[in-house]
Structures are given as C-alpha cells and as structure tokens.
Write a protein that binds this ligand. Sequence first.
Ligand SMILES: Nc1ncnc2c1ncn2[C@@H]1O[C@H](COP(=O)(O)OP(=O)(O)O)[C@@H](O)[C@H]1O
Ligand SMILES: Nc1ccn([C@@H]2O[C@H](COP(=O)(O)OP(=O)(O)O)[C@@H](O)[C@H]2O)c(=O)n1
Length: 214
Amino acid sequence: MSLVIAVDGPAASGKGTIAARLAAEYGLPHLDTGLLYRAVGVGVLDAGGSLDDEAVAESVARALDASHLSDTERLTSGDAGEAASRVAGHTGVRAALLEFQRAFAAQPGGAVLDGRDIGTVIAPDAPAKLFVTATPEVRAMRRWKQLTGRGATIAFEEMLADIVKRDERDAGRGAAPMVQAADAVLLDTTDMGIEAAFDAARRIVEAARAKHGL
Ligand SMILES: Nc1ncnc2c1ncn2[C@@H]1O[C@H](COP(=O)(O)OP(=O)(O)O)[C@@H](O)[C@H]1O
Ligand SMILES: Nc1ccn([C@@H]2O[C@H](COP(=O)(O)OP(=O)(O)O)[C@@H](O)[C@H]2O)c(=O)n1
C-alpha cells in the first residue's frame, strides 16, 4: 500500500492549502480535482452552452487536457466555482473525469488529492483521509479575502450566500455527493490559522502512517 492522502471538504475550508502543504511535506504529487470541474464549467460557458446540458458538459469533460487547466486566474474565479458545481452534478461529467483521477491516485509512490469525493469514490482505499471543514461564515470570509485581494468586487453577504448555496448543491446531488467518508478524520479549522491547520492535518496523516505501517 502506498501513501494516498484524500482531502475532502466544502468550499474554502482550506483543503487545497492543506493538500498542497502535505504534498510538499511528504514529497508527493498533488491533484486539485476541483480544477477539473472548474475547467469543464468554464469550457461549457465558453462554448456558449447551458450548464444544465449534460451532453455538452460531458463532451467538454471528455476533451479536457492540460491546456485547459493553465489559466488558474480564470479557473479560480467565483463564476468558475459556481459553474463547476453545476456541471459536477452530471453523472456523465463525473464518469468522464473518473479514470484520470483514479490513475493519479494509483501512482506507485502515492499521491495527495483534494476535492469532494476523493475518500468516497476516487480513492476509497486511501490509508489517510481527512474531511476539512469550518463554519460557512469563516469559509466565506476566507474566500472573500482571497477574491477581493486580487481585485474582485463582491459583498461579503453575497459570498456567504454563494457558499451556502454551493454546499447545499454539492451535498444534495445524487452523483457522488459531498459527504465525509466513514473512515475519514474530521478537521474543523474554524479557529485555526493555516499553520495550526497544517499541523493538525500532519498529525492525522502520521497516525494513519503508523496504523498502516507506511
Ligand atoms: N486555516 C486557515 N486560516 C485562514 N485562512 C486560510 C486557512 N486555510 C486556508 N486559508 C485561506 O483561505 C482561502 C481558501 O483556501 P483554500 O485552501 O483554497 O480552500 P479550499 O481548497 O477548501 O477551497 C485561501 O486564500 C487560503 O490562503
Ligand atoms: N472531487 C470534486 C471536486 C470538485 N467538485 C465540484 O467542483 C466545485 C469546485 O470545486 P473546488 O474544490 O475547486 O471549489 P472550492 O472548494 O475551492 O471552492 C465544487 O463545488 C464541486 O461541485 C466535485 O464535485 N468533486
């Protein structure tokens, strides 16, 4: 068994930050799976399609390659997050992205992946699973600071409403809903800064390594 670390959780909980830090700590490759769904959402919008049109979204997902993942500024915008969450509900989109993510997780040396369904669907046998969360207010504030810090204009109240709506959509969908895996460790970062959250995450991974002899 190799060290596969599954990091799931709701929007702006800090899972991407934690996943990147864990990847650096353990010298593992890291995949931000949300970027794949964001790229599909942006691709549908750019093609003039409807986010509700499963066939269009699935064909965009099947044609996805590295060139669609390079514009991180655009992909990490608020609109792209909303579009991602809309297309992520389509079974065909999830199926199109499944194999790439599974192969990434199955690399011989191990890997870190963050998203919504890593511990439940992509890497159900991962020896280390974290479900990172924080209150909606704290998450909205983190995302508001992140987006306004690079020039976006959005009111905090709108940000909070967007986050709550996206949580509900992600947790409520039929296809691979956002849910804590039964064997994932819950990490509530509401009252933690980035360093404290990373330390707590590392302790969870260390416990998993000891348990699995990794
Ligand atoms: N524990 C934390 N305390 C304060 N800010 C944080 C914390 N974790 C992450 N952030 C910041 O919040 C924003 C969202 O974090 P990110 O890791 O992208 O979240 P996610 O991947 O869950 O959407 C970023 O600007 C990041 O620097
Ligand atoms: N493994 C994943 C990752 C993301 N997603 C979807 O993609 C959207 C954007 O994911 P993200 O991780 O980039 O979003 P943030 O948590 O960074 O805001 C989510 O709201 C989900 O709807 C998913 O369904 N499954």
